[in-house]
Design a protein around this ligand. Structure first.
Ligand code: ATP
Length: 420
C-alpha cells in the first residue's frame, strides 16, 4: 500500500520513525517541526527540509521526543518504540572512556571493528558511532573494508577517512582526501590474497598517520566490514582484526560468529554481542546492484552538490592498463622460488579492447607497473564509456579534465553505464 502526501508523527522519547522511499523517481521531504531528533547520529536542524530519494531506508530517532513531518510518497512509515539505541549509546560511552584514558596515558584510542552477516546494520552502526565521537569533539578514523558497497569511494575498493564533522544527512561523510586502495571485485572471495594484502597495507598506513596525528590517534578507528562471515570469510575478518590490532569487536546479530571470535581472539580483544535494529531492511541482490550503481554515479556526478565530469578521447598507445592477479597455477608450475599465491597480487597487462567498455579504471599514484602497485593508494577513477578499435581510441569519463595522469590504470570488474 502506498501512502501519499503529508504525514505528521509525534515521537515519544526513545522512539524512532522509520520510512522507506521505494517508487521510482520519488522524493520524500522530512522536516522536524518541534523537539530534537537525529538521523543515524547526525542532529537534524528544526525547520530544515531534508530530501530522500528512491531506495532510501531511514530512521529518525529522538532521545527527547519530537514532531516530524513527511511530505511525499513513502512505501512504509511507522513509529517504533523498541530500538537498540540505548545499547549503542552505551557502546559509544565505553569507547569514549577509552579515548579519555588514551589521552591521559598518551596511548592509542580504541580500534573498533564492526562485524556481522549482511543486512544487520553494520554500516549504520559505524556511522552512528563516528557521529557520536565527532560530536564529542573527537576526530576518529573511519575505515571501510566492505568492497561490495564502497561507502568511502566506489565499490571494489577499501578506504579510510579522517572524520572531522558529522555525516551530512543527505550526502554522508565528507569525502575530502580519502585514502583508497584498489581491489577491483565486489567480494573478497574473488582474490583473498590481494584483499588481505591491501587490508594490511591500509592498516600500516593508518598506524603511521596516527603517529603524526595525536588527536586522531586518541580518537581511535571504527572499521566497517563485509557481511561474508563463514569459512574463508571468517579468516578474512580475523586477518583484518590482526592487521589493525583491534581492541574491540562488535558482533551484530550472530551468536555463532560471536562465539567463534570469543574463542579465537586474544584475551585483550573485547568481543561484544549487540542486537540488530528491527528497522534494518534486507536488500535483494537487485537492490544491492542498484546501490552500487548509484555509488558510482554519485562519484562522477555528485548527489546533492552536482559534479561536472569531463569526457575525452585517449589513444590506446597512451594507456597503461593492468589488472591485479594472474590466473593461479599450482605451485609446481610456478617459476622457481615463487608461490602460487604471489601471482594473485602481480600485475598483468591488459590490452585496450572493446571488452573494456563501461569498465571502471582505478587511477593509481604509481608511475610504473612494478610489484608495489597494489600497495599504492589511488588518485581516483575513470570510466571507459566507448571504445573505437578503428581509431584506436577510448572515450573516458573522468572527474578531472584531460590529460589523464601518466600513471598505471587498474582494471576493475565493476561496470558503469553512463547514460547521464
Ligand atoms: P551490508 O552488509 O549489506 O553492507 P549492513 O549490515 O551494513 O549491510 P546497513 O547498510 O547498515 O546494513 O543497513 C541496511 C539498510 O537498512 C540501510 O539502507 C539503512 O539505511 C537501513 N537501516 C538501518 N537502520 C535502520 C533503522 N533503524 N530503521 C530503518 N532503516 C534502517
Amino acid at each position: 500500500m502506498t501512502e501519499v502526501q503529508l504525514q505528521e508523527f509525534k515521537l515519544e522519547p526513545d522512539s524512532e520513525l522509520r520510512f522507506e522511499v521505494e517508487s521510482k523517481n520519488e522524493k520524500v521531504v522530512l522536516e522536524v517541526k518541534s523537539g530534537y531528533a537525529e538521523l543515524f547520529g547526525t542532529e537534524l536542524v528544526k525547520g530544515k527540509p531534508y530530501e530522500f530519494h528512491t531506495g532510501a531506508k531511514v530512521a529518525v530517532f529522538t532521545w527527547h521526543g519530537c514532531t516530524v513531518e513527511l511530505r511525499g510518497r513513502t512505501e512504509v512509515s511507522y513509529v517504533a518504540k523498541e530500538t537498540p539505541m540505548v545499547i549503542y549509546l552505551n557502546v559509544h560511552a565505553a569507547l569514549e572512556q577509552q579515548r579519555v584514558a588514551a589521552e591521559q596515558e598518551n596511548t592509542r584510542g580504541p580500534v573498533t571493528m564492526i562485524v556481522g552477516p549482511g543486512d544487520v546494520g553494520k554500516s549504520t552502526l559505524t556511522r552512528l558511532l563516528l557521529n557520536y565521537a565527532v560530536r564529542m569533539g573527537r576526530r576518529p578514523i573511519y575505515v571501510d573494508l566492505d568492497v561490495g558497497q564502497g561507502h568511502i569511494s566506489v565499490p571494489g575498493t577499501i578506504g579510510a577517512l579522517l572524520v572531522e564533522r558529522p555525516a551530512s544527512i543527505e550526502e554522508g561523510f565528507s569525502q575530502q582526501a580519502p585514502l583508497v586502495y584498489h581491489f577491483g571485485h565486489k567480494s573478497p572471495e574473488e582474490n583473498i590474497e590481494l584483499y588481505n594484502t591491501i587490508v594490511s597495507r591500509l592498516a600500516e598506513v593508518i598506524a603511521e598517520r596516527c603517529e603524526n596525528n595525536r588527536k586522531a590517534s586518541t580518537s581511535g578507528v571504527i572499521i566497517n566490514t563485509c557481511g561474508w562471515i563463514k569459512g574463508a570469510g571468517y579468516k578474512v575478518l580475523t586477518h583484518a582484526a590482526q592487521a589493525f590490532e583491534v581492541d574491540v569487536i562488535l558482533v551484530l546479530d550472530n551468536e555463532r560468529l560471536y562465539n567463534e571470535l570469543k574463542r579465537d581472539m586474544p584475551n585483550f580483544v573485547k568481543v561484544v554481542y549487540l542486537p540488530k535494529s528491527g528497522g534494518v531492511a534486507e536488500r535483494s541482490a537487485a537492490q544491492r546492484a542498484e546501490g552500487r550503481d548509484a555509488r558510482i554515479r554519485e562519484y562522477f556526478y555528485g548527489r546533492r552538490t552536482p559534479y561536472y565530469p569531463h569526457s575525452f578521447d585517449v589513444k590506446y598507445s597512451d594507456l597503461k592498463i593492468y589488472k591485479v592477479g594472474a590466473p593461479s597455477l599450482p605451485d609446481s608450475c610456478m617459476p622457481l622460488g615463487m608461490r602460487a599465491a604471489e601471482a594473485l597480487t602481480k600485475l598483468v597487462s591488459v590490452a585496450p579492447a572493446p571488452a573494456l567498455q563501461h569498465r571502471l579504471l582505478a587511477v593509481s599514484f604509481a608511475n610504473e607497473p612494478d610489484d608495489h602497485v597494489p600497495h599504492c593508494n589511488l588518485a581516483g577513477f575513470v570510466c571507459v564509456t566507448a571504445v573505437d578499435p578503428e581509431r584506436q581510441v577510448m572515450t573516458i569519463l573522468s572527474p578531472q579534465p584531460r590529460p589523464l595522469p601518466n600513471t598505471v590504470l587498474l582494471l576493475s570488474e565493476l561496470q558503469y553505464m553512463d547514460n547521464h
